[in-house]
Design a protein. Structure first.
Length: 139
């Protein structure tokens, strides 16, 4: 009996390990990076489609898209938005030389990556933007 309980507890704890690295959705989209390299897997929202928006406050299209992403995040229970700020704090203008911009080879923003609820990359770039605009259009 003791072995069965210990086995059950061990399996239960192991099942929780992947979730320990997952982020919570929160009321507003999380803003991460501030130019630093990141592991996107650390910011996936458990059980949700996670939309990563690579952005900068110095990017007019990014600024225009932001309220729609906030609304999408708030209205879709199955989806979470995570904004990846590519700018280092002291940099004025779009920070193309930031570690995160270099890490992902960014040449234009907004750049979108969409992961499914299991953490698998569904789409990125133009295809992801098209999917995202379809979702926003249905709000």
């Amino acid at each position: 009996m003791k072995t069965t309980i210990h086995t059950f507890l061990a399996l239960f704890v192991l099942a929780l390990v992947p979730l320990a690295h997952a982020a919570d959705k929160g009321a507003k989209p999380a803003v991460i990076s501030q130019g630093a390299q990141i592991k996107l897997a650390d910011h996936l929202v458990a059980g949700k489609i996670t939309v990563f928006d690579f952005t900068s406050k110095y990017c007019p299209p990014c600024v225009r898209l932001s309220p729609s992403l906030d609304k999408l995040h708030a209205q879709r229970d199955d989806l979470a938005v995570v904004k990846v700020d590519i700018n280092r704090p002291a940099t004025k203008g779009i920070d193309w030389k930031s570690p995160v911009a270099q890490q992902f080879g960014l040449k234009s923003i907004p750049h979108i990556k969409i992961y499914d609820a299991k953490g698998k990359l569904m789409s990125e770039g133009d295809k992801a933007m098209s999917t995202l605009m379809g979702w926003i259009g249905k709000l």
